[in-house]
Design a protein around this ligand. Sequence first.
Ligand code: HAM
Length: 427
Amino acid sequence: MAQKIQAIRGMHDILPERSPLWQHLEDRAREVLEGYGYREIRTPLVEVTELFKRSIGEVTDIVEKEMYSFEDRGGETLALRPEGTASCVRAAIEHGLLDQPQRLWYRGPMFRRERPQRGRYRQFHQIGVEVFGLDGPDIDLEVILLTRRLWQVLGIGNLRLELNSLGDGDERGRYRDALVAYLEAQRDRLDADSEKRLLTNPLRVLDSKNPEMQPIIDGAPSLTDYLSDATRSHFERLCADLEAAGVDYWINPRLVRGLDYYNRTVFEWITDQLGAQGTVCAGGRYDGLVTQLGGRPTSAIGFALGIERLIELIDAGAVESGPDAYLVAVGERAQREALLLAEQLRDRLPALRLLCHCGGGSFKSQFKKADRSGARLALVLGDDELVQGRVGIKPLRMDGEQQHVAIDALPQTLAQYVRSADPDINR
Ligand code: HAM
């Protein structure tokens, strides 16, 4: 036998058993986003590497260590996108979308060559939002309220909202000087990574996961002390508005984020149910990025959620899958008629999910397959039923005897079982 080929480490197939969960999350997210007036944008999976270097930052883990960057056959240096913000900004500038405020959203795979573990993959999927042309803090509140509504709709509880303000460029500049002075004074206690970051990107030292670095990080000056009055009042207004909206939050002065483009408000939604990879959604303002990528000054805020991580928090049992009905047909004529009957039913009930048995077999074996398909109902067509002009209906997921319904009345009877027509069933 030829040698089998396997998927790349950290990149996963989503099998049919799991896809109803993905569809559930994606459909609910789209409904919520559209409910807030956000419009979908789709950008390529591959961009010039320079785009990510200039936006995420040259001295970040993503760009330095994790990007799938390669030279294509024409000699251009391209990368699989590690995130969606840079592409959205590039597209918004390129297509002149920034003359007016924009509320955009996107979804799809992102690629980072991280060390795979639970909740951390090399191909993972995000749903993200980017808003352009609005200063906040009202829009900051809106995007947080939107995420809160999404958790409600998905039935996900116990997420903790952490917030921080990173200040604007010159505030961070002054803070950076103070932090560098502090870290330099204890250079011999820094690990190799932090020593390197001290020279290149000192704020990222605060992001170190090394426990030995924690006492040093705990003693570091706080960015909060370097914020201007304008930044401070932006943040205070947001906090007051969150309180008024009944959103619990924790201010985490050490929340710095791993991408360089942020300023002012940053936030993360965190669960303690997923071990080390507990951040399910993260984002913030990035008012300087549009100019950094060649556009006119435009304020911006956004976030992205990790679909794989959120899916682990959804109660899979609450998401129904499987067809509405499975059509069992036994007997030569019935087998021939079954597919035609199925077509008529689909004409009358376009939302009906009907699996039509193919391949023959006894009643017993067909019922077994009907049961395994997860269908709620079996429709039974035998030669007798055809003569009588009726179809048997048997519930498969609850007790109940088989009943007979006239073929003409079947669409009406089935209508009540069409799951996708019942808006409450999957919520
Ligand atoms: P990020 O924090 O890099 O931000 O990623 C956002 C979310 O994507 C994370 O909180 C996590 O749920 C998920 N995620 C990230 N890396 C992985 C991975 N290797 N495996 C599984 N899930 C992962 C951004 O990407 C920003 N573009 C967010 C943003 C949008 N900021 C403003 N606008």
